[in-house]
Design a binder for this molecule. Structure first.
Ligand code: UFG
Length: 331
C-alpha cells in the first residue's frame, strides 16, 4: 500500500514510518519541519534500509499538497501533522485553530479530489474530557476539552464524522492516544520537544541527563493510590504498530479506537521505575497541582484488541529503558 504520512518526521509519525516500512508499505512523508528535524529522515532510512520520498511542504499550502497527490498514486493517508503543545494552545488559540483545522481541511479536500478516501487520524484521549469513570471507553460521548489543542482534536473528529455521513465510501479511523512515551530501540529516533518540556517523560529524561535541575511533581493530594496523577503511558512503538493494524484491519466505515495499555501508572511509579531500571536518581520535589490536570484516566483498549487485533506489548520497564537509551545516544 502507498501511504502518505503527514508529520512523518515527528515523534509518533517517525516511529510509524518505521513500522509501515517493516510491513512492506510504500511510504511518502510530508512534513514542514516546524516541530521536527530533517536529520530524522536519514535516521529512518538507516533503520529501515529504504530510501524514503519526502516533501518539505506545509499542509496550509493546498497547491503544494495537490502536487503530492498528482505525482503519486496514494492509497491512504495517516494524518499526524499538527501543533500539539497544550500550554501553548492556551496562549495562542488562533494559531492552533488556524493550523490544525485548515491543514486538515486542505488535506481532506485534496484527498476527495483524488478519490483517496482512506484516512487514519491522530486524535487524543483529551477529547473525552472529564468522565464519571477514569476508564475511558469509545462509547462515551466526547466531553469538555481542557485546551484549544484538545478542542482542535474534537473538532476534527466531528468534521470527519460529518464527512463520513455525507459519503460513506470513506474509510476513516480515529485513533485516540493516551500518553505516548518511549523511543525506538535503535536509540536513533525519539521525542525531541522544543525548549523546556511540558510533558512528564521528556522532563524526567532531561533531569536524569543533568540538563534540567529538578522535576516538579504536580500534586500529591489527588484521590489516587499514592496521591500523584495517574495516566496510561504507551510505548511509541506499540502506538506506531497500532496505526499499521488500523490500516490493515479497520472495518469499513468510520471507526474510533483507544490506543492505550489499559493500565494506570502514577507519576511517582513512573519516576521510581525510571530510577530502578536505569540505576540512577531523578531529583524531584512535590509542588502544587497543575491547573487543568485530571487526577486519573486510562484506556479501555478492548475494542482495538477485538477489531484491530492490536494490544500493547511493551512494559513500563521497556518504556523507561528505551527512553533513557535514546537520551544517552543523543546527549
Ligand atoms: N506531570 C508532573 N510534572 C511534570 C509534567 C507532568 O508531575 O513536569 C504530571 C502531570 O500532572 C500528569 C502526568 O504527569 O499527572 C502526565 O502529564 P503530561 O504532561 O506528561 O501528560 P498529560 O496527561 O497532561 O497530557 C497528555 C498529552 C496531551 C493530551 C493529554 C490528554 O501530552 O497531548 O495527555 O490525553 F492532550
Amino acid at each position: 500500500m502507498k501511504v502518505l504520512v503527514t508529520g512523518g518526521l515527528g515523534f509518533i509519525g517517525s516511529h510509524t514510518v518505521v513500522e509501515l516500512l517493516e510491513e512492506n508499505n510504500d511510504v511518502i512523508i510530508v512534513d514542514n519541519l516546524y516541530n521536527s528535524k530533517i536529520e530524522v529522515l536519514g535516521k529512518l532510512e538507516t533503520i529501515s534500509g529504504n530510501s524514503i520520498k519526502f516533501y518539505q511542504y506545509d499542509l496550509l499550502d493546498k497547491e503544494k499538497l495537490d502536487e503530492i497527490f498528482a505525482e503519486n498514486e496514494i492509497d491512504s493517508v495517516i494524518h499526524f501533522a499538527g501543533y500539539k503543545a497544550v500550554g501553548e494552545s492556551v496562549r495562542e488559540p488562533l494559531m492552533y485553530y488556524t493550523n490544525n483545522l485548515i491543514s486538515t481541511l486542505n488535506l481532506l479536500e485534496v484527498m476527495k479530489k483524488y478519490n483517496v478516501k482512506k484516512i487514519v487520524f491522530s486524535s487524543s484521549a483529551t477529547v473525552y474530557g472529564e468522565q464519571e469513570s477514569p476508564k475511558y471507553v469509545e462509547t462515551m460521548k466526547r466531553g469538555e476539552t481542557a485546551s484549544p489543542y484538545g478542542t482542535t482534536k474534537a473538532m476534527i473528529e466531528k468534521m470527519l464524522e460529518d464527512l463520513y455521513a455525507s459519503d460513506n465510501s470513506w474509510n476513516i479511523t480515529i485513533l485516540r492516544y493516551f500518553n505516548p512515551v518511549g523511543a525506538h530501540k535503535s536509540g536513533l529516533i525519539g521525542e525531541e520537544p522544543n525548549g523546556i518540556p511540558n510533558n512528564l517523560m521528556p522532563y524526567v529524561m532531561k533531569v536524569a541527563a543533568g540538563k534540567l535541575e529538578q522535576l516538579s511533581i504536580f500534586g500529591n493530594d489527588y484521590p489516587t493510590p499514592d496521591g500523584t496523577g495517574v495516566r496510561d503511558y504507551i510505548h511509541v512503538v506499540d502506538l506506531a504498530k497500532g496505526h499499521v493494524k488500523a490500516l490493515q484491519n479497520s472495518p469499513d466505515g468510520l471507526n474510533v479506537y483507544n490506543l492505550g495499555s489499559g493500565k494506570g501508572v502514577s507519576v511517582l511509579e513512573l519516576v521510581t521505575t525510571f530510577e530502578r531500571v536505569n540505576e540512577l536518581k531523578v531529583n524531584y520535589k512535590i509542588v502544587d497541582r497543575r491547573p487543568g490536570d485530571l487526577p486519573e484516566y486510562y484506556a479501555d483498549p478492548t475494542k482495538a484488541l477485538k477489531e484491530l487485533d492490536w494490544k500493547t506489548e511493551k512494559t513500563l520497564e521497556d518504556i523507561c529503558k528505551d527512553t533513557w537509551n535514546y537520551q544517552k545516544n543523543n546527549i
